[in-house]
Design a protein around this ligand. Structure first.
Ligand SMILES: NC(=O)c1ccc[n+]([C@@H]2O[C@H](COP(=O)([O-])OP(=O)(O)OC[C@H]3O[C@@H](n4cnc5c(N)ncnc54)[C@H](O)[C@@H]3O)[C@@H](O)[C@H]2O)c1
Length: 333
């Protein structure tokens, strides 16, 4: 078990202005851990970090760097030392990745290789990478455990699988503590003060529901109601972002050497229609929807086996669907 007092340098949080990264910043500030954020603000702005600065009465060191910019990234690592790196920076829209796979490869894979090169040059040994359940593609069995074949169904998932391999195949990481966390579907907000604020049209379900609830969109498009699920709409494993960050904390504190992969989810699936119903009931807001054809790259059902992370890192999700819907809306309403 890592002792936080052994962190002689800050933790680097790449993508720290985004939805999940800013929640990790919040957790570190709560635990009084020094941190530095790198982000190019391509899918975020500074508002979450500014809110946290006010809330915690601190200044968050922020560097506007694109991780694809190798020279700038190298200079940055030459000027700062880190005890750990949590690598969230990346593009995450399945639909956009289908339309522009080269952008996704360049941003997510080439960008991550640059981060990895800098990590190795500095000799950092405590690392977490944001992977995704998307690497599993269309599940061969449910719940999906970490031994399930990796067979991504879209270019976004392919980039995540490729970056996992960059860590797994590299001899350097056999001497480091590396956690590849395959998130399922994070929703909710930190203490209802920061939340998800994507630039432009949301791609994930919850931010889209929030947009409809705020009146920005007239209705929710549900892509496909003819999947082989109970109500025909896609089933996913949702996890409260507070639980997800606690999983990161457990991963950061675990000092077992080697690359380990963990699913991070609740271990239960909910359909799109169930999510809409839960959101409406908890928040007393109507979410009109229209059924559209299936979207390229989407699958019917996906939920996690979560025994490994419970057994190894002693972590399991605590917050239920009602908390996720309530907390997501409370920061957005
Ligand atoms: N939210 C999810 O549903 C989910 C699920 C599984 C995995 N993930 C992964 O978790 C990570 C964080 O996701 P999120 O929901 O916070 O997304 P987000 O878009 O809110 O945050 C990602 C951040 O990375 C930044 N970024 C993107 N490309 C960059 C680049 N080239 N250089 C520097 N910064 C860059 C963006 O500006 C953004 O602030 C991503 O890697 C994503 O693929 C997210």
């Amino acid at each position: 078990m890592t002792d936080v007092n052994t962190f002689s340098h800050p933790i680097l949080i790449t993508g720290g202005a985004g939805f999940l990264g800013s929640h990790m910043v919040a957790l570190c500030l709560e635990k009084r851990i020094d941190l530095v954020v790198v982000d190019n603000l391509s899918n975020s702005d500074l508002s979450n970090l500014q809110t946290l600065e006010k809330h915690f009465n601190v200044t968050i060191p922020f560097f506007n760097i694109d991780i694809r910019d190798q020279d700038k990234l190298k200079d940055f690592f030459n000027e700062h030392r880190f005890s750990a790196v949590i690598h969230f920076a990346g593009l995450k829209s399945v639909a956009e990745s289908v339309a522009n796979p080269d952008l996704y490869h360049d941003n997510n894979v080439v960008g991550s290789q640059n981060v990895i090169d800098c990590i190795k040059a500095q000799g950092i040994k405590n690392l977490i990478f944001s992977s995704s359940a998307t690497v599993y593609g269309d599940p061969q069995y449910l719940p999906i455990d970490e031994d399930h074949p990796v067979q991504p169904y879209n270019p976004y998932g392919e980039t995540k699988a490729q970056v996992e391999e960059l860590f797994i195949q590299d001899e350097y990481f056999k001497t480091a503590s590396v956690k590849l966390l395959r998130y399922f579907n994070p929703v909710g907000s930190y203490k209802c003060i920061i939340g998800e604020k994507p630039n432009g049209m949301p791609n994930n379900l919850m931010p889209y529901i929030l947009g409809v609830a705020r009146g920005e969109y007239d209705f929710l498009n549900i892509y496909g109601d003819d999947y082989e699920t109970d109500d025909g709409t896609g089933v996913r494993d949702y996890i409260h972002v507070t639980d997800l960050m606690e999983a990161h904390w457990s991963a950061l504190m675990d000092d077992v050497i080697g690359c380990e992969i963990y699913n991070v989810g609740c271990g239960k699936g909910f359909s799109v229609k169930e999510m809409v119903k839960a959101f409406e009931e908890v928040n007393q807001v109507k979410i009109p929807y229209q059924i559209q054809p299936r979207r390229d790259g989407d699958i019917a059902t996906c939920y996690a086996a979560v025994d490994k992370i419970k057994n190894h890192l002693n972590w399991s999700a605590k917050l239920n669907l009602e908390s996720m819907c309530r907390d997501a809306w409370s920061v957005n309403s």
